[in-house]
Design a protein around this ligand. Structure first.
Ligand SMILES: [Cu+2]
Length: 257
């Protein structure tokens, strides 16, 4: 009985205490709201856990005649409170999620595409024309320097920039298109508080606004194969000036490549 009591009350409390220490520093516009939601959820669950344990102990130790004074209506009241809390937390979470996943990105958002391939993340910018060139699976040749299989017949592909680093300017929205070539990968940047699956044949969009300059780890949150553990890349958030310089350096030299 004591271990369950301990686990039930201290685990959420511990998680609550340590969440701010163990979590990487938040680096995106929506991150503080997600952190707050997590803390509030943990607080609510801790309170519910402690309350449940108190009721359990009361049920065990109170004399039978005093126990029977708790009318069955209390069960319904407790269930209703729990249901309202759950719906409320879900609504806040859904609302928050929709701001990065379901709403439209700003017109001036940096366009970037991230493709998950066993076991790499490939980054592509559409270039000056702001349009991604077509890709063809049969043209994919990672060893030959074309991991995405850009179609040379499509003029939009001529100025596409393919990189292994995700470089983004600070304080400007980035619209990230997620793709996968082989299996489902999980695009996860803990420091940005963003996690979204990349599914083959089903591109998805998210948009985030980095707010702090620095390097952030990009990892894969789906067990995608034997090399899953080493599937990572870096998000480098730089000043707008540095981003412009980086883009200019990576611009394809000629139109004929
Ligand atoms: Cu993966």
């Amino acid at each position: 009985m004591i271990p369950s009591w301990l686990i039930g009350t201290t685990a959420p409390a511990l998680a609550l205490q340590t969440s701010s220490i163990w979590m990487p520093r938040a680096g995106s516009l929506h991150a503080p709201a997600i952190d707050t939601l997590m803390r509030v959820s943990l607080l609510a669950l801790t309170a519910a856990g402690i309350l449940a344990q108190i009721l359990l102990l009361a049920g065990l130790f109170l004399p039978r005649e005093r126990r029977s004074r708790f009318s069955p209506a209390w069960r319904w009241i407790a269930s209703a409170i729990f249901a309202v809390c759950m719906v409320w937390m879900t609504m806040i979470a859904e609302n928050l999620w929709s701001t990065i996943r379901l709403t439209k990105a700003a017109p001036n958002a940096v366009q970037v595409e991230v493709t998950g391939v066993q076991f790499e993340w490939y980054i592509r910018y559409p270039g000056a024309d702001r349009a991604y060139g077509a890709t063809k699976p049969e043209l994919v040749d990672a060893a030959g320097g074309d991991p995405l299989g850009l179609d040379p017949a499509d003029p939009h592909s001529h100025d596409d920039i393919v990189s292994s680093v995700l470089e983004l300017p600070v304080d400007q929205q980035a619209e990230i298109r997620l793709r996968a070539q082989d299996v489902v990968h999980g695009f996860f940047i803990p420091g940005m508080r963003v996690m979204q699956n990349a599914t083959p044949g089903m591109p998805s969009q998210i948009h985030i606004t980095p707010t702090r300059i620095g390097d952030y780890a990009i990892v894969c949150s789906q067990l995608c194969g034997l090399g899953h553990y080493r599937m990572h890349a870096v998000l480098r958030v730089v000043s707008q000036q540095d981003f412009a310089t980086w883009m200019a350096q990576h611009q394809p030299a000629s139109k004929e490549n």
